[in-house]
Design a protein around this ligand. Sequence first.
Ligand SMILES: [Zn+2]
Length: 403
Amino acid sequence: MTPVIVTERPRLTALRAAWLFDGTGSAVVRDPVVVIDGATIVAVDSGVPAPPGAAVVDLAGAALLPGLVDTHVHLAFDASTDPVGHLAGRDDEEVVAAMTRAGQAALRGGVTTVRDLGDRDYLSLGLRGRPGLPAIVAAGPPVTTPGGHCHYLGGVAEPTGPGVRAAVREHAERGVDVIKIMASGGRLTPGSRQDLAQFPPDVLRAAVDEAHRHGLLVTAHAHAVGAIADAVAAGADGMEHVSFWTEDGVDAPAELIRLIADRRIVVGATIGMRPVPGLAPPPEVAARIPAIVANTRRLYEAGALIVAGTDAGIAPVKPHDVVRYAPAMLGQLGFGPAEALRAVTSVAARVCGLGHRKGRIAPGFDADILAVDGDPLADPAAWQRIRAVYARGTAVPDAAAAG
Ligand SMILES: [Zn+2]
């Protein structure tokens, strides 16, 4: 008799909860049942029994949301008061270990996808696809000028057309997912000027052109008004910060706001902050925050595409799961609760190039799910009460402890 070979099929998992927000809608669904097969969502229903034989996880009183997506993090920065100094003191092996801890912290806080917009020496690329970490979209070291913003990360290019083209080509050959270019200076780099452009406009344009030739999108770190205007003119697909920083304040010309909105350039607003007693932004930042918020609100009202690109990792107020603090600030910009939730799930997933499998709770999508205690549309504090996190169908250990 021929032996019968039985392949053991893993059991389905069915998550039950009080509410579900699917990442694209404008309301919650009651009594959801989300069925997971391995790493993938296979069914989403409400008010029905779980499939026979499924392992049922009953999250009574909880809401299921898509895992959060942060479009701007730095796994290599350790969210301490001196992330740059700590990074400088670590060899590559230690950096990878620290990045792994950062990714685990993000996952415990419900962040299942991150776009790393600046590592050192391409170290984030090797972490892509590792179990126990969020999905990582990696820029490698940002392209910058000699001595320019974040030059110490290893992405220095000669500030000429051929120079930046060579740098972008190297990034493409190393296999990055996106190009990050430092169009202006930044505070983390002494000697660089946040109020000034770093590259001549035609050089920035060459960098964008070369990236597009390789099928890569470009997002430009742009604080200075001139750098923002140059990035827009160069055809950048996205911009980070967009603070309209000037030497003594903030200035956002109406026509530039209109252009950014009309061209659907992704604005990665640096929002989301974890309250840490005794820590306040530096005075030159604090003084500008009201105007930066007002201008971001103008961008929102003009119809710009805004996501929360938190800059997680750069300070204690920016831990690696900080994007769960962003919806409150999106509210200040004019976002409704469901719109804010879409911004940190399905919209951010699309910006990361993963809109086809991340950011939604829907059949065929990756089973990246955050369960919080309460209805997050009615009660923003629910965001901080994490009940469970699933990353590609696997429950994240100690997720609730992060809440
Ligand atoms: Zn950054």
